[in-house]
Design a protein around this ligand. Structure first.
Ligand code: ZN
Length: 385
């Protein structure tokens, strides 16, 4: 099957430009076959480089871009926080209707556990670190209310907006503790231990699996407090090989993330639930398990060095090309010029991946937007040879 091309779009950028005007341009001029709209988005602060937009800067806390169907959330105490910018309107419904009219495929992106406003509103479902202190920016994926909420959110979106696929973000324990520049350095294994959640749900999940959460917490505190540069060549992998209590606790986390993704998948009325998949102890992701649950893998195209771009290393690619969706930042930060992007897009298309999604429609300046249709034309021509 030929690679499909998408553009990642924030809903307010489509709305501010005019939904029909933007979608007409995306289909006709930018030559993509679909749009990937952020239906549940993280906090965003951005400058919009094109003069089309007013205001030129936007700042939104995490929220959803649609009016939730309350009846879908009966099994959870949590309710989506609707973005203040939409008021009583339902912009996502208009985008769906317009995309259908234009013949554009629609994918929706859903930010799952990275949600500070929701964690603040429902502190009982936020993460708790090994010192018993709240992790106020994240929902804990092990909490039954969070699992039911995310499953309901996917059910709501797939029932009312009929997306071709839904891309999950942060359906896991998150990237780990981030420190500020002024703080003492935290080495990898201490950072890992600091990222572990010991909320009541995580402890209960451990107990139910026959794992001693108290022992794991004590070991984690010891690792953090004894961490020093001399021993910190240790990777997380070393640590989990050496420490049975933490390895057992880690295994429960991986199962939690797998259970969450399975619950989401069960509630989705689309056969396309895709997400970044890594073997990542910080996030609690087990690539092999998740590749059996999810329909596709989102790979971030990354540039290894000047002029040396690559689609992740082989170890990060766990699914066959037909189930791979590559996200490409078509910006000057990633590519020297249009030629550089053309070559890379051509190389990715040769691998016969399912789709390439360019990020991000509202955030690219005009010259970078112009690269995209040329890259698509170039890639299709090369592959046809
Ligand atoms: Zn937890």
């Amino acid at each position: 099957m030929a690679t499909e091309f998408y553009f990642y779009c924030y809903p307010w950028d489509l709305e501010d430009e005019g939904i029909d005007i933007a979608l007409t341009r995306l289909l006709g001029e930018l030559r993509v076959e679909g749009v990937n709209v952020a239906a549940a988005y993280p906090g965003v602060t951005a400058f919009r480089p094109r003069q089309t937009y007013s205001p030129r800067t936007v700042r939104f806390s995490a929220g959803v871009a649609f009016q939730p169907d309350a009846s879908r959330y009966a099994s959870t105490h949590l309710r989506p926080i609707t973005g203040g910018w939409i008021k009583s309107r339902n912009p996502l419904a208009k985008m769906v209707e317009s995309a259908e009219r234009h013949g554009l495929k629609l994918r929706l992106t859903v930010e799952c556990c990275d949600n500070p406003p929701l964690a603040e509103k429902y502190p009982m479902v936020a993460g708790v670190n090994v010192f018993g202190e709240p992790m106020p920016d994240r929902l804990c994926p092990s909490h039954p209310d969070v699992q039911a909420y995310l499953a309901a959110l996917i059910d709501d979106l797939s029932a009312h907006y009929r997306p071709h696929a839904i891309e999950l973000r942060s359906a896991d324990f998150g990237p780990g503790f981030c420190q500020c520049e002024d703080a003492a350095p935290i080495f990898e294994r201490a950072r890992y231990c600091l990222s572990l959640c010991f909320c009541a749900s995580c402890r209960r999940a451990a107990t139910e699996s026959g794992v001693d959460g108290d022992d794991a917490a004590e070991q984690a505190r010891n690792v953090i407090d004894e961490s020093d540069a001399a021993r910190d060549q240790w990777t997380v992998e070393n640590l989990l090989n050496e420490n049975r209590a933490l390895a057992a606790y880690d295994q429960v986390r991986r199962q939690t993330v797998a259970d969450l993704c399975a619950a989401i998948k069960r509630n989705a009325r689309t056969s396309g639930i895709i997400a970044p998949i890594h073997d990542d102890p910080f996030r609690g992701q087990d690539a092999k398990v998740l590749s059996g649950i999810l329909d596709g893998q989102v790979c971030q195209h990354s540039v290894a060095g000047p002029g040396d771009a690559t689609v992740q290393s082989d170890t990060d690619v766990v699914l066959e090309p037909a189930r791979r969706h590559v996200r490409v930042h078509a910006s000057r930060r990633m590519f020297r010029d249009g030629q550089h992007l053309f070559r890379e897009v051509g190389r990715i298309v040769e691998q016969k991946v399912a789709s390439i999604g360019f990020a991000n429609y509202g955030l690219l300046p005009e010259p970078c937007l112009d690269w995209v249709p040329q890259a698509i034309r170039f890639a299709k021509r090369e592959v046809a040879r």
